[in-house]
Design a protein around this ligand. Structure first.
Ligand SMILES: Cc1ncc(COP(=O)(O)O)c(C=O)c1O
Length: 348
């Protein structure tokens, strides 16, 4: 029996159409800018995001790292949420490799930060302080259950960044999910940002790759940094080909994943012992809290019955919908989850 894998949308595999395009991709050495498929993907990514240029990078983590290293010099400061992927899950790369200070502002459950606190976290140029160069947002917000950051809030943060002369970066690993939820083109969602990183390898189902987008000048400097961190690739058109297919296909079906996540959240909220406000679920990430603290035991009980899930820490469980999950899988996952919760509470 096929496992119902709800650990992440990164478990998605390339579609048949992608595999065909990859097999047939025209390639060249991208170190010489000779790969026509990479060039086409970068042009398409720039067009999708409404930015002047784009850079194909191996991962979202590397794209965010290249972005902060391009925006900032050693000893400078980035302001970001305390739940931000860049801070929480990227091995402290901005600090370890860039000598940058990551100044965190608490994220609310909806992925936003208090605007006054955010503004106060931006430091003025003074002899004794690490100057703030960059403010980062994340949309959708991974650790905040896939929350979509509203355009009005982004505008407010943009105005703060402008007022203080600092740059504005979006970790938009799942920005296509945000755009789908908002019913807006990606270019509108990312318009206020100087730079945006988005991933092909999550809900868009490509095997590898992300794009960092921004001005021509920014991307030409970022290209050197990509080389520095070892992210320059050669016949990468094999990978880029999948991205071009994604723009035409998988980028347009994310509403299905959101509908399945909603179905899942509504069902989970009805299970005694599960704490979840289903009205908070906007995209494809469902995070809920277990009354019982044995998270590892719970995850094992699910896995034994063919449902894979993960935990973002504490007593929280995370389930993510994607192309490999249909409505019938949600029914099965709900039945299995209910059984596992009962087992846990019964065991106490
Ligand atoms: C919000 C966010 N940013 C960045 C990344 C990093 O992407 P990658 O796994 O390709 O390094 C992820 C991955 O899950 C993410 O969720």
């Amino acid at each position: 029996l096929k496992a119902i894998d709800l650990r992440s949308d990164t478990v998605t595999e390339p579609t048949l159409e992608m595999r065909r395009a990859m097999a047939e991709a025209e390639v060249g050495d991208d170190g010489y800018r000779d790969d026509p498929t990479v060039n086409r993907l970068e042009e398409a990514a720039a067009a999708v995001t409404g930015k002047e240029a784009a850079l194909f990078v191996p991962s979202g983590t590397m794209g965010n790292l290249i972005s902060v290293l391009t925006h900032c010099q050693r000893g400078e400061e980035i302001v970001l949420g305390d739940q931000a992927h860049i801070y929480y899950y990227e091995v402290g790369g901005a600090s370890a490799l860039g000598s940058l200070v990551m100044r965190q502002v608490p994220n609310d459950v909806d992925g936003t930060m208090d605007l006054d606190q955010l503004e106060q976290a931006i430091r003025p140029e003074a002899l004794a302080v690490a100057p703030t160069r960059l403010v980062c947002l994340e949309n959708t917000h991974n650790r905040c259950s896939g929350a979509v950051i509203p355009p009005s809030y982004v505008r407010n943060v943009f105005e703060i960044a402008q007022r203080h002369g600092v740059s504005f970066h979006l970790d938009g690993a799942r920005v296509f999910n945000a755009a789908t939820y908002l019913g807006l083109p990606v270019s509108d969602v990312v318009a206020p940002f100087d730079t945006v990183l988005f991933c092909l390898s999550k809900g868009l189902c490509c095997p590898v790759g992300s794009l960092l987008c921004g001005s021509l000048d920014f991307i030409s400097r970022a290209r050197r940094i990509r080389r520095m961190v070892g992210g320059g690739m050669r016949q990468a058109g094999i990978l880029a080909a999948a991205g071009l297919v994604a723009f035409e296909t998988t980028a347009h079906r994310l509403a299905e994943d959101h509908a399945n996540a909603k179905l899942l959240a509504d069902g989970l909220a009805n299970i005694p012992g599960v704490t979840l406000d289903p009205t908070r679920i906007q995209t494809n990430i469902v995070i809920f809290e277990l009354a019982d603290g044995n998270v590892q035991g719970f995850l094992q009980a699910l896995a034994k019955r063919g449902v894979k899930a993960g935990s973002p820490g504490g007593t929280k469980i995370r389930m993510v919908t994607h192309l490999g999950i249909g409505a019938e899988d949600i029914d099965t996952a709900l039945g299995v989850t209910e059984g596992a919760v009962k087992m846990q509470t019964g065991a106490n």
